[in-house]
Design a protein around this ligand. Structure first.
Ligand SMILES: Cc1cc2nc3c(=O)[nH]c(=O)nc-3n(C[C@H](O)[C@H](O)[C@H](O)COP(=O)(O)OP(=O)(O)OC[C@H]3O[C@@H](n4cnc5c(N)ncnc54)[C@H](O)[C@@H]3O)c2cc1C
Length: 506
């Protein structure tokens, strides 16, 4: 039997499950609103824990900066990141030729975006907690799992009160119980908090409705996109390495690279994508994104990796770039898979409202999740935190009023966000060159028309997303309106063509 130690119950004000960007940002927001006794639970052992397959870069744009401005940490963010104004991309082709250009498809009129590795942004938030908010926030790492329950407590003088009780199991087999007034679910795509709410809702609906196929508001809605289910693996590379066989050209830390391989066939074609980082001593990561049936997924040993990469990249000194340990690790890694764009419309749950001011709220990937095409994962999560802060502010931190307000303010953006993730830039991974070309034609047509007739046509959605003053809903409405006008013009052109044809030939 597992030896468990059960500590005394702790009565906490807010308990946050998940110490990623959304969880730590929510803790900081609550602390800034003078909440005390905030506990964050995180599975990972430390804030800066390096997980190769989660080592992608965040681009904190105007939306994300609403949060860093609120917390007054934007200056600290600038110190550790690469601004989009200095973002240069070097394309290295299989024949060894190179071309460096400014980041394409960035709207120069928008707020500067700041690029940094995920773990560095999480560390920035964690350091902020340690430096300024350690009296109100405690972060517990190495959490194994959590059980979320509703309990009824009887009081002699009053009726029964419904309360939340969360049992937290840690890696050292200890169990701690919490009874928070606010439980926050920031536990990512496979959110246990969201799943618990779904089960509670289904149990209630099952009792009241005989129909078996009931849907709850915590059910996920899926919108498959051309990039969903692509598979990815991450290679961890040294901070600096030669980019040619002579060893003359070295990697530059704040430069992005797209290194194309020599294979042409779809199941072997490969390229390495490296995003820029500020710290010249940090290891670099190269993302490899492929269709599921790609040959890379059949390579099981370090030697097979070397052999494949040496054939794919004859213009690179592969053995100087990939250490033997990394080749083995990369071969063994199962990598990950881009999610299908998804969202749920239920963002909160209140316990028996008359007697308690206790509730559960969901933020971040727990309520909206999608592939990284539009760079909005972290920004939409930080925007959720700002919307929750606004709802708390408008209701004097009364949970029973704030949580429904948060849902009504935020839920109208979620389906548009997912539709944008589904359509705005899904072909960027070279997974289907013809479709990418068609997408580019559509993109540049909209860009051109929006420059010539700005009152009729909107710029492409990918451009509009960079305008943080527009909500996702407003962006989606503008993009849809342009789509409808383009369809109408297309139909008119086809009719004109047939009319002219009949006039001259019949
Ligand atoms: C390959 C890939 C590339 C991406 N690239 C980008 C990008 O370029 N830009 C971008 O903005 N977004 C990107 N994203 C999306 C981005 O990672 C998320 O949208 C963002 O991290 C959301 O933050 P979050 O805090 O909601 O969730 P997460 O970052 O997933 O954090 C959830 C946290 O909860 C913890 N957790 C889960 N369950 C429990 C539990 N029971 N107890 C304790 N802790 C728990 C997890 O360990 C994790 O730390 C990418 C995603 C993928 C998969």
């Amino acid at each position: 039997m597992v030896n468990q130690t059960v500590s005394n119950s702790s009565y906490q004000n807010a308990l946050i499950i998940g110490g990623g960007a959304a969880g730590l940002a929510t803790a900081l927001m609550l602390a800034k609103r003078s909440w005390k006794n905030i506990t964050v639970l995180e599975k990972r052992p430390t804030a800066d824990y390096y997980e190769p397959d989660k080592s992608y870069n965040y681009a904190i744009d105007g939306r994300g900066q609403k949060f860093t401005d609120y917390l007054e940490i934007t200056d600290k963010l600038l110190e550790i990141s690469v601004p989009s104004t200095e973002f240069y991309l070097t394309l290295i082709k299989a024949d060894g030729s190179r071309k460096t250009s400014k980041l394409p498809i960035v709207d120069p009129n928008r707020k500067t975006t700041y690029w940094l590795p995920r773990q560095e942004f999480i560390s920035l938030l964690y350091q902020e907690i340690q430096a300024n908010w350690h009296d109100s926030i405690e972060v517990l790492f190495n959490v194994k799992s959590c059980d979320i329950n509703k309990i009824n407590e009887s009081h002699a003088e009053s009726k029964e009160q419904e309360k939340l009780e969360i049992s937290v199991y840690k890696d050292d087999n200890s169990v701690t119980k919490f009874q928070p007034s606010l439980l926050v679910g920031c536990d990512g795509i496979n959110s246990g908090v969201r799943n618990t709410l779904k089960q509670w809702d289904e149990a209630v609906l099952n009792k009241s409705v005989s129909n078996e196929s009931i849907t709850t508001k915590y059910q996920l809605h899926y919108y498959p996109s051309p990039s969903s289910l692509l598979r990815y693996k991450v290679l961890t590379l040294p901070a600096s390495f030669p980019l040619d066989l002579d060893g003359k050209e070295k990697l530059v830390c704040n430069m992005a690279y797209a290194i194309r391989g020599s294979f042409k066939e779809r199941q072997r074609a490969i390229s390495l994508g490296l995003l820029p980082i500020k710290n010249p001593d940090s290891p670099r990561t190269a993302n490899i994104i492929t269709r599921p049936g790609h040959e890379i997924w059949n390579l099981k040993t370090g030697n097979e990796i070397y052999s494949f990469f040496e054939q794919a990249f004859p213009h690179l000194p592969v053995r100087q770039i990939i250490s033997s340990e990394e080749a083995e690790k990369f071969a063994k890694s199962e990598g990950g898979q881009f999610p299908i764009p998804q969202y749920c419309s239920g963002l909160y749950y209140l316990l028996n409202q008359e007697q308690s001011n206790t509730g559960i709220v969901l933020l971040g990937d727990a309520i909206h999740c999608f592939p990284p095409d539009i760079g909005q994962g972290v920004n939409s999560a930080l925007e959720d935190v700002c919307v929750l802060q606004s709802a708390l502010s408008q209701s004097n931190d009364n949970i029973s009023q704030a949580l429904p307000l948060y849902e009504s303010l935020r839920s109208k953006d979620l389906k548009p966000l997912i539709r944008l993730a589904q359509t705005a830039f899904p072909w960027q991974y070279n997974q289907a060159p013809l479709s990418r070309r068609l997408w580019s034609v559509n993109f540049f047509l909209r860009l051109l028309l929006s420059r010539v007739l700005p009152f009729i046509f909107s710029p492409p959605a990918f451009f509009l997303i960079q305008n943080h003053r527009l909500s996702y809903q407003e962006i989606w409405v503008k993009a849809q309106r342009t789509t409808k006008i383009l369809y109408a013009l297309g139909i008119i052109l086809i009719c004109c063509f047939f009319a002219i044809y009949f006039v001259y030939n019949v």
